[in-house]
Design a protein around this ligand. Structure first.
Ligand SMILES: Cc1cc2nc3c(=O)[nH]c(=O)nc-3n(C[C@H](O)[C@H](O)[C@H](O)COP(=O)(O)OP(=O)(O)OC[C@H]3O[C@@H](n4cnc5c(N)ncnc54)[C@H](O)[C@@H]3O)c2cc1C
Length: 435
């Protein structure tokens, strides 16, 4: 008999919500005014709110669902200090000098982020055990080798290569041809981190209004009017931190963020010692497939978590998510064929057309958008930087002042993703056969 796919206690929601359940309290009364209104209560919105409230501003955060209901409590929880784009691609888009500056600022942001967690004593199972970027093909191995050299020599970012035999000591799979090791990367519990930010925001005096969707924003004179489904409030400054959940009420921004569906599963607790055998060094794992997958242990090292990109943005059957990602897991770790899936969930990652995060100001609205899958560090960091822009009118961040691009015929529904994702999955298969 084939093993059951789902455990008896299966839930179609993030594993992380076990430790930090989503809030269900009725929203408090909507204030009529504030000095700053922040739309969205993920890392970006809360980080901006904390910085502003600590500087003495009255701040209201408005969230359509429960606090952190967007991507911020759904992720793999991997952290590091690189951008998704290669230096060459950044140089083509922004010029060599700005590309260098963007990468350096990203690495500095990672240092800022670790200090912030330490200084604020946020209890979020932070573990800097390093990351492996595993090569899907021998060609990927050569590309990673070049990248490791560039990161180490030009940017001082520690990165080393290990071959297939070396990888076997770090990861119990024969699926890959070797890996780049980023020893200073790590992982955390994304929902505990979000909860820590929420506590800091409330302690700083931020008013967080949950279960209240913003339905429109209008500018009139010196103030901006933020209209919600429960009434309106006015503020001289408004920050948009809605990322991949940006809706039709914000059409200009929606045309500039590509919401990419992303899926995850967690296994039931595995027999004692299993995770230590599979991931003896406790690394977090990404791979170089065009449709990349991610693996990590739960912080208590009892479960394996697997993440991968979805074919469509949302409303996917959780059982289909469980089935697909379990196949991916068993392909890498055949000994897990009997493991049950206890949690399967989806979330949205906010990509931009130039694949870099953006902060800026348009009219009276400030925005922080498009963390391109690296938002734990970058949404937090850029939240602080947008707060600086609100307070001083400027910032030295290189993520400000870049054009936030869109494309003709794109109105916020990424119709091109399903065919593109399918094509990428075919490419991965072909690349693995051809070697
Ligand atoms: C499955 C998955 C895996 C990921 N893995 C990683 C990882 O390993 N490492 C990493 O760094 N990043 C990862 N990410 C990305 C990371 O989680 C995000 O970049 C980050 O959480 C974005 O934070 P944010 O504050 O910008 O947006 P969000 O957390 O998405 O917050 C936006 C909020 O705005 C609210 N909102 C939208 N419209 C309105 C409105 N009209 N009115 C009121 N509220 C509104 C939404 O409800 C939402 O709560 C992953 C994401 C997913 C989905």
């Amino acid at each position: 008999m084939s093993p059951a796919l789902l455990s008896d206690d299966f839930k179609a929601e993030p594993y992380w919500w076990e430790a930090v359940p989503q809030g269900t309290a009725e929203p408090g009364p909507l204030p009529e005014t504030a000095e700053v209104v922040v739309v969205g209560s993920g890392y970006a919105g809360l980080s901006a709110a904390i910085a502003l409230a600590r500087a003495g501003r009255s701040v209201v955060v408005i969230e359509a669902k429960s606090a952190g209901h967007g991507a911020s409590t759904r992720s793999v929880g991997m952290i590091g200090g690189r951008l998704r784009q290669s230096l060459a691609a950044l140089a083509r888009a922004f010029g060599a000098e700005r590309a260098d500056a963007l990468l350096r600022e990203t690495w500095d942001a990672y240092g800022w982020f670790r200090n912030f967690i330490r200084d604020e004593r946020i209890d979020c199972d932070l573990a800097l055990t390093g990351r492996l970027i595993c090569a899907w093909t021998p060609g990927d191995m050569a590309a990673l080798d070049k990248q490791a050299d560039l990161l180490a020599t030009r940017f001082g970012i520690p990165a080393q290569m290990i071959d297939k035999a070396g990888l076997r000591a770090e990861l119990a799979t024969d699926l890959y041809h070797g890996a780049m090791v980023l020893p200073q990367d790590g992982g955390l519990d994304p929902a505990k981190y979000h909860h820590g930010l929420l506590q800091l925001a409330k302690a700083a005096g931020v008013t967080v209004i949950e279960h209240t969707a913003v339905t429109g924003i209008t500018e009139s004179g010196a103030a901006t009017r933020v209209i919600t489904e429960r009434g309106a409030l006015t503020a001289p400054e408004v920050i948009l931190a809605t990322n991949a959940y940006t809706g039709r009420e914000l059409p200009w921004y929606r045309r500039r963020v590509i919401a990419v569906g992303s899926h995850m599963i967690a296994t039931s607790p595995l027999p004692a010692g299993t995770v230590d055998r599979l991931l003896p060094a406790g690394r977090l794992i990404n791979d170089t497939r065009k449709l990349a997958y991610a693996f990590r242990a739960s912080p208590d090292r009892r479960r394996l978590l697997v993440g991968g990109r979805a074919l469509q943005v949302d409303r996917v059957d959780p059982i289909a998510i469980a089935r697909r990602l379990k196949e991916v897991m068993v392909q890498a770790f055949p000994t897990l064929a009997d493991a049950g899936v206890s949690h399967a969930w989806e979330g949205r990652v906010g990509f931009t057309f130039d694949r870099v995060p953006h902060i800026g100001r348009r009219g009276k609205l400030h925005y922080v958008l498009g963390c391109n899958g690296s938002g734990i560090v970058m949404s937090s960091y850029l939240g602080h930087r947008i707060a600086e822009m609100v307070m001083t009118g400027s910032t030295t961040s290189f993520f400000a002042g870049n054009e936030l691009p869109s494309r003709p015929y794109y109105h916020g529904i990424p119709w091109f993703m399903p065919p593109m994702t399918f094509a990428l999955s075919l490419q991965d298969r072909a690349r693995s056969w051809l070697g």
